[in-house]
Design a protein around this ligand. Structure first.
Ligand code: ATP
Ligand code: MG
Length: 561
């Protein structure tokens, strides 16, 4: 399932709890977890944390299992498209769930029976207050709630009404089923929470079979129990729901009582990790879809060029704690850079080409220069760099009137072409508008793999041969948000207007001919790039820049130490 470059299974407080449970023989010595996404959007990097935690535990404990369960009790917002996308992402991240995919909706019949059981025990009742009244009766953090006048309905009346709710005799909102707990509890979740609502909405799996749907707090704990989950891991906002989780399981006849343990959500700087907000970005056209490479969705990161190994490594590095905080995106970037530094083949690509004619290089001549695919890994082989009289270099690597410290090409100055010769710029050719159209240079034929005689040439620039290069498109990405935590208020106000730049006239060395989608490279001096999963074709390559070369995270760390 995992490849051996992984370094998961760092200890954390949840693993410590599990270790202790196993020592005490709890849960019959088993460890069963689950990842329970709601299919109302694609997964994001926050979910990756939960996935690595849940599936990682199942993998590391002998006989451990992890279920994939769709928490599909909100039919308005859910769809099979999301179900498929989520399965795909979990697999891509390198995990396999135990047995079949599960759905809370598969348990609707059993959930209904458990609700009936609660009614029969006098622990649930049908309430007919309006939404507004219910809010008033509920009280607040400083004010206790008031019992609903319907709280005293008889068991028989409740049973009759609940069955008629299911049978579709009432309008949406006419009644709800509530747990009978304690309207004066300091925990608002315990003030007779709603268990069922009437909602005439078609469900993506059960169609129109049901017009009542169970609430999350009722569904989740029972689904966990039905699946024999031992440790139900969720994020901190559910801490206040734990008493209800336990109350439901304590009051129905299920022998299994999973243990809910909360951990801190992952918040990543300069990104949004709320499906609702992600959906807005997509629906309102600010990005191109759930897999837009600027989004911190799993599919967006994948399209951007992230590897499953890097994402797992990142999740491992951030750890699992109970304290909330914002993780610097630079740390995620560091994890992919570390992976690609070792594994990505090198190539030269000119993003904004300017033509260079090497006037003293014979017109008909061509050379096949060779160099390593990876400078530190000879096993990755050699690549051929055709050289000829006309080459492209990047506009950024030439300045007509440069400052003293500019070590690239300038009139009268010399520069080394990476893996090739030293050239000197003799003449700048311009069109009528004064735009530079061509540089006329001469080369020193004794400088292939050798220093020039009697002088030092500091700069090295990348290049491609005009005759041999392949045209390609390159997409450069920047942060989607200018604010560190755009999530905190009006996130749309913090959108970076320059989050993508598309360059359509780039030129790449011919060794990349036929590159498949999702191949990753280091373009020398420019960063790491990945062929686009959908738009790149062997005869029309499209590259997305994954990350630049400079590692601000590693730098900041080494300064600290
Ligand atoms: P969102 O706010 O994006 O809708 P959610 O919590 O509603 O997130 P779910 O599909 O219900 O999304 O989440 C599935 C699981 O992933 C849950 O156990 C949830 O706690 C966990 N999860 C979601 N977001 C994060 C996050 N940012 N960090 C860690 N775990 C998360
Ligand atoms: Mg949720």
């Amino acid at each position: 399932m995992m490849n051996n470059t992984d370094t998961t299974s760092k200890s954390n407080f949840i693993r410590n709890i599990i270790d202790e449970d196993l020592r005490q023989g709890k849960h019959n010595g088993k460890v069963v977890t689950r990842f329970p996404p709601e299919p109302n959007g694609f997964l994001h990097i926050g979910h990756a944390k939960s996935i690595c935690l849940n599936f990682g535990i199942a993998k590391d404990y002998a006989g451990g299992r992890c279920n994939l369960r769709f928490d599909d009790t909100n039919p308005e917002k859910e769809s099979t498209e999301y179900v498929e996308a989520i399965k795909n992402d979990v697999h891509w991240l390198g995990f396999e769930w135990d047995g079949e995919v599960r759905f809370s909706s598969s348990y609707f019949e059993q959930l209904f029976d458990f609700a009936v059981e609660l009614i029969e025990k006098g622990k649930a009742y049908v309430c007919s207050l309006t939404n507004e009244q219910m809010r008033e009766y509920r009280g607040s953090l400083i004010k206790p709630g008031i019992d609903s006048p319907y709280r005293q309905r008889s068991i028989d009346e409740n049973l009759d009404l609940f069955k008629r709710m299911r049978a579709g005799e009432f309008d949406d909102g006419a009644h709800v089923l509530r747990a009978k707990i304690d309207m004066s509890s300091p925990n608002l979740n315990m003030r007779d929470p709603i268990l069922y609502r009437i909602r005439r909405v078609t469900h993506h799996r059960t169609g129109d079979k049901w017009c009542i749907y169970p609430m999350y707090d009722f569904t989740h704990c029972i689904s966990d129990a039905l699946e024999g989950i031992t440790h139900s891991l969720c994020t901190l906002e559910f801490e206040d729901h734990r008493p209800l989780y336990d109350w439901v399981l304590d009051n129905i006849s299920t022998p299994c009582h999973p243990q809910q343990i909360e951990f801190a959500r992952l918040n990543l700087s300069h990104t949004i990790t709320s499906k609702r907000k992600l959906k807005r970005l997509i629906d309102e056209g600010f990005v191109d879809g759930w897999d837009d490479p600027r989004l911190a969705t799993i599919s967006g990161l994948r399209r951007r060029g992230y590897t499953p190994v890097a994402i797992r490594k990142f999740c491992d590095n951030i750890g699992v704690t109970r304290s909330d905080g914002i993780v610097d995106t630079a740390m995620l970037v560091h994890s992919i850079r570390e992976d690609l530094e070792i594994n990505a083949p090198r190539a030269m690509c000119v993003l904004r080409p300017i033509k260079v004619v090497i006037t003293n290089y014979p017109e008909a001549k061509e050379e096949k220069l060779t160099t390593q695919v990876h400078p530190d890994n000879p096993a990755m082989g050699q690549r051929i760099l055709p050289f000829s009289r006309e080459i492209y270099i990047d506009q950024d690597d030439f300045m007509e009137d440069p400052p003293a410290k500019f070590f690239r090409l300038a009139p009268g100055r010399e520069v080394r072409l990476r893996n090739a010769y030293v050239i000197r710029c003799d003449e700048v050719v311009k069109d009528e508008q004064g735009k530079i159209t061509e540089l006329r240079c001469s080369y020193d034929d004794k400088t292939l793999g050798a220093n020039p005689e009697g002088r030092k040439v500091k700069g090295v620039i990348h290049w491609v041969s005009v005759k041999h290069a392949l045209p390609c498109e390159v997409r450069l990405y920047d942060q989607l948000f200018t604010e560190e935590s755009p999530d905190s208020d009006d996130f749309l106000a913090h959108l970076n207007p320059q989050s993508v730049e598309i360059l359509r006239n780039c030129q790449i060395e011919p060794s990349l001919s036929g590159a498949e989608p999702e191949q990753r490279f280091q373009f020398e001096r420019l960063g790491y790039f990945c062929t686009d999963q959908y738009d790149s074709k062997p005869d029309k390559l499209v590259f997305n820049r994954t990350v630049g070369l400079r590692d601000s995270w590693a730098k900041a760390q080494s300064k600290k130490n």
